[in-house]
Design a protein. Sequence first.
Length: 253
Amino acid sequence: MDLNLKGKRALVSGASRGIGLAIARTLLAEGASVAICARGADHLNEIAAELSEQGTVFHKAFDVGDADAVTSFVGEAAEALGGLDIVVVNASASTGKGPQSWVNSFNVDLMSYVTFIESAKPHLEASEAAAVVTIATTSALEAGPFTTANSYGALKAAVLQHSSAQARALGPKGIRFNAVSPGPIYFDGGDWDKIKTNRPELYESTLAVASLGKLGAAEDIANAVTFLASPAAGHITGTNLVVDGGFTNRFDF
């Protein structure tokens, strides 16, 4: 299927590793130019150099919990790429417990999403194929033994609600909003790589629950995001696509 992404201009946050990096690679492979960001400058520079072999890449290191920095990056990215058609909000504070984890999740998972949308809105309104995709989580949909009493799922649930509201509000302006909710995703150096080593009983029990009998890969999420961001999904908005290999016990209808 031709996703019609050649020449499109995409922004991906948290793109120096894992899911975000896989998304950037996939968008580039489909012919889009990309602007990427992450906190660690040295590693991001290395990744940007690698990705630049595939196509046009703009990059900047900063903390997405800083609203002013997000606003500046969006403007610089749009200038560097000649506009924006796609915004993928992937950066996350991840899991954690205690009061500070709630502050971190609020700033990084929820408020950065709000700021990315508001900053990108003028550029997306000028696009003929505008799409926003946010990375949520199955932890926002149902509680599990390792998601209780932490901020991650709760704040991602707020992100999903805001995505739904924005799909309704900005649909008349031609901007689509969708989300992808991954289940457990395995990649080298990621959370589930660490769990496999440090908590093998949790890893094996999680593997046993998944209907497909395996954890997902970052590329599985990247493929879903790239489709939803593309004109091939031009009549899809306000959707949360669960990509979890049957990890959750649900069937949406």
